[in-house]
Design a protein around this ligand. Structure first.
Ligand SMILES: Nc1ncnc2c1ncn2[C@@H]1O[C@H](COP(=O)(O)OP(=O)(O)OP(=O)(O)O)[C@@H](O)[C@H]1O
Ligand SMILES: [Mg+2]
Length: 229
């Protein structure tokens, strides 16, 4: 199995005025192709910080991130932009564009990547079908439920065939029924479409759906277990 993501002795210190905040204090992590990993930990333990570093949205203070064997710190701006395109981000607050329909939201990353309009339209429809929302493709975000909006965000994250999905509390803003639906979708993408998933959550029940769980506390990984079920 190929290693998709490797974090080596990652440290991240934020400066809050003159006060240093140690968000990550030496994290080592390897994620293999096809994994479904949950990063579980209480608020403030460094989960989002770790995810943002893996997605190259921010830089570590020390240590390094390798994506498909390439040290992210060695990349120039163009190469970083290419790398970010390989990452499918799903955030807690969906981050859909309000005046775009579901389909247009899914098409957007493909437009940025330079795909032709016919191809974009076709793929957006396929992806919305995959997440069970073909019948809602002309709805704008305000005309969708929270769970539906998050499924649109997942379709959008898959638009450019990312090497892996990074999800930060993907069910943080939906009710428990929709949370379960989203988890079922994520599991299905992982099992049937071999999408590699790294999901951050503070919810033990959601983490239990993943194949492997790493537990974070105060900026370090304190425990790791493989789910056998
Ligand atoms: N931009 C920032 N500037 C200063 N401190 C920050 C910044 N971002 C995060 N922190 C601090 O770093 C620590 C880790 O934050 P992080 O957002 O990674 O936690 P988290 O595990 O994602 O928490 P939550 O479950 O609440 O989202 C926290 O103590 C937080 O206050
Ligand atoms: Mg967070």
């Amino acid at each position: 199995m190929a290693t998709i993501v490797e974090a080596v002795n990652l440290r991240k210190i934020y400066m809050l005025g003159k006060v240093p905040v140690e968000a990550l204090r030496g994290v080592n992590l390897k994620v293999e192709e096809g994994e479904f990993l949950a990063v579980l930990g209480p608020s403030g333990s460094g989960k989002s910080t770790l995810l943002n570093l893996i997605g190259a949205l921010d830089k570590p203070t020390e240590g390094k991130i390798l994506i498909e064997g390439v040290d992210v710190s060695m990349l120039n701006d163009n190469q970083l932009a290419d790398l970010r395109r390989k990452v499918g981000f799903v955030f807690q607050f969906f981050n859909l564009i309000p005046r775009f329909t579901a389909k247009e939201n899914v098409e957007l990353p493909m437009a940025i990547a330079g795909l032709g309009s016919e191809e974009r339209r076709k793929r957006a429809e396929e992806l919305l079908e995959l997440v069970g929302l073909k019948h809602r493709m002309n709805h704008k975000p305000t005309e969708l439920s929270g769970g539906e909006q998050q499924r649109v965000a997942i379709a959008r994250a898959l638009a450019n065939n990312p090497s892996f999905l990074l999800m930060d509390e993907p069910t943080g803003n939906v009710d428990s029924k929709n949370a379960f639906e989203i988890m079922r979708l994520v599991k299905q993408l992982n099992e049937e479409k071999s999408v590699t998933v790294i999901m951050v959550t503070h919810d033990q029940r959601l983490a239990a759906e993943a194949k492997r769980i790493v537990q974070m506390l105060d900026g370090v990984i304190v425990d790791e277990k493989v789910n056998r079920k």
